[in-house]
Design a protein around this ligand. Structure first.
Ligand code: HEM
Ligand code: HEM
Length: 145
């Protein structure tokens, strides 16, 4: 990739991040809605569960796209990785989102830990997303004209 700059790549990153944050918020609202219906023993609308897991799958895909953009862009520019706190923050987000998706497949009345872990991992994911977003906005400055 011999382009004047990687700006176009970081623009895709910024847009994907916007979509990821939107996805996270939709997951938080639909997750709280799932939880409310369960604790109040109300029937849940039939669209709610598929909505939650389809949005979740989209979030996982977006984060993996962001990971590959970050890795490709950094290797293309520097030829190596690990130039800021953005790397550990990014790897944390990827780990947590995969853990969240895995715990969601384990949610079942016979495994009460799975639901608890799913919720706690997603609270941690909030802070990790905040960290990766802020460090990402910080490192993107040097690519701006
Ligand atoms: C990473 C992608 C995600 C997937 C694939 C996923 C999937 C699931 C599934 C299958 C359930 C079980 C629904 C049921 O009880 O039938 C669930 C529950 C839940 N999820 Fe997610 N989820 C994801 C991300 C999130 C995020 C980011 C949040 C919050 C910010 C969240 C919050 C919740 C909550 C609060 C519940 C309900 C727990 C309860 O009933 O006490 N999820 N999720
Ligand atoms: C979930 C979201 C994200 C993940 C998982 C992620 C992941 C990564 C990773 C693993 C790297 C390599 C870092 C290194 O080796 O030093 C990287 C680099 C980079 N990312 Fe991200 N990233 C995310 C969001 C963002 C956002 C929102 C921006 C801002 C637009 C951004 C801009 C950059 C830039 C400019 C670099 C080059 C690093 C440098 O010049 O030091 N990233 N990303």
């Amino acid at each position: 990739m011999n382009l004047p700059s990687f700006l176009w790549l970081w623009k895709i990153a910024a847009w994907s991040m916007g979509l990821s944050i939107t996805g996270y918020l939709l997951l938080a609202f639909s997750g709280i809605y799932l939880w409310k219906n369960r604790t109040e023993k109300k029937p849940r609308p039939s669209w709610l569960r598929p909505f939650h897991w389809i949005t979740g799958t989209i979030l996982v895909i977006l984060i993996l796209i962001l990971l590959s953009i970050g890795l490709m862009g950094t290797i293309g520019y520097y030829g190596s990785l690990g130039h800021s706190w953005h790397l550990p923050a990014g790897l944390t987000v990827v780990t947590l989102v995969l853990l969240s998706a895995w715990t969601s497949t384990q949610i079942h009345p016979s495994r009460p830990w799975a639901r608890k872990l799913h919720v706690n991992v997603n609270i941690a994911l909030f802070f990790a997303l905040l960290a990766v977003g802020l460090t990402g906005l910080f490192v993107v400055q040097k690519y701006l004209p």
